[in-house]
Design a protein. Structure first.
Length: 161
């Protein structure tokens, strides 16, 4: 057994790489880096509005590490940042109409790639894979809640063209 090729982590990593490659044309078309996409995606997945702490947690980084990416996204009018009306210390991030439009375009490209990805696979098998991945993701999310973000080493680079 090839440790990576025959492992869940190896296959998940390969899938991630392939999906990133499939998204690249849409990212370029929108003029958005992968790091900015991750930021927008985290806000989008939270219903288009989330605290900076929630977004940082979702991305596995510290809130201060997220600040530069937020500043860059705000300057490009993809994200709005404002103080929470209940607690002025808490920062709320919200997708702007431009940010939503960019996300919708990129998600559309990902959906097309997903359609191609599952061609010829029985729908029952697809549903089984989705169910298993949900359980795996939940297990990993629980584990990551126990590991401080500083130990994970992930940072987002706001390098857009």
């Amino acid at each position: 057994m090839d440790d990576m090729k025959d492992s869940l982590s190896g296959q998940a990593g390969l899938l991630c790489e392939l999906l990133t490659s499939a998204m690249e044309p849409k990212l370029q078309e929108a003029g958005i880096s992968l790091g900015t996409f991750e930021l927008l995606s985290a806000i989008y997945a939270s219903g288009g509005r989330a605290t900076q702490v929630e977004v940082a947690r979702r991305l596995g980084i510290t809130p201060p590490s997220l600040s530069e990416a937020v500043k860059a996204a705000c300057s490009r009018e993809l994200v709005e940042q404002h103080s929470d009306s209940d607690d002025a210390r808490r920062k709320i991030l919200k997708l702007t109409p431009r940010g939503k439009k960019a996300m919708q375009s990129i998600v559309k490209g990902v959906s097309f790639a997903e359609t191609k990805m599952v061609e010829g696979i029985d729908p029952a098998q697809i549903n089984l894979i989705i169910d298993l991945l949900r359980r795996v993701n939940l297990n990993l999310a629980r584990f990551l809640q126990e590991v401080p973000p500083k130990k994970r080493g992930k940072t987002i680079k706001p390098t857009d063209k």
